[in-house]
Write a protein that binds this ligand. Sequence first.
Ligand code: DC
Length: 228
Amino acid sequence: MSSTPRTVIAIDGPAASGKSSTAQWVAERLDFRHVDSGSLYRGITAAMLRTPTAPEAWTGSKLVAQGSRIALRPERTSFSVLIDGESTEEELRGTRVTEHVSMVARMPEVRAWVNQRVREAAAEHDVVVDGRDMGTAVFPDASLKVFLIADPWERARRRLTQRLGRRPLDLEIAEETELLVKRDARDAMQTVQAADAVLLDTTYLTQEEQVERIVALARAVTHRPNIT
Ligand code: DC
């Protein structure tokens, strides 16, 4: 592990606030690597779902035991989560994993495991990390902390537009908003805004504007004015 202090930009916020895509764009602009902590919670959930153990019997120690099957493969500006050496993106975003992951993410042993993996990734490279508690539990000394929020209806609309590839109907947005608000409630305990985070409400911002604002903040805190 490198002993050089690395720059960490922490982006937290609720589900579908645009954290992951924003963090990825910011990482590309800064030539940092993006670490998506939610994908590690999803990875351990997916690995467990591949075993015959029923979800009712899952415990923190059984879940953490699956951790050895999971690797973070460094890419140029991100990390891929591998299970048993294979790429898993579709499985991680699937409904089975989404249904079970909140319960998994509430287990302290699992949280400790994820936090350790994220810290290891950050020791090797400058990173943009996204999640729920990156600026509080994992990187209280991050160079920059951003907490992203957006109106639930707008978050639902964006998520559906991405998923369906068309303009969603109001009825569809209403159903999705209900699901999102329920998910917010399930994840509420883990979702913590650091006292020194910059709060960014993206309801009326485009993706480009969000990225631009975070890159401007990053430029200021990292003293790298040449970031384009
Ligand atoms: O952001 P996401 O939907 O991929 O997150 C998946 C789950 O993991 C979700 O239930 C919230 C949880 N999570 C968490 O508790 N802490 C994090 N740092 C990241 C995600």
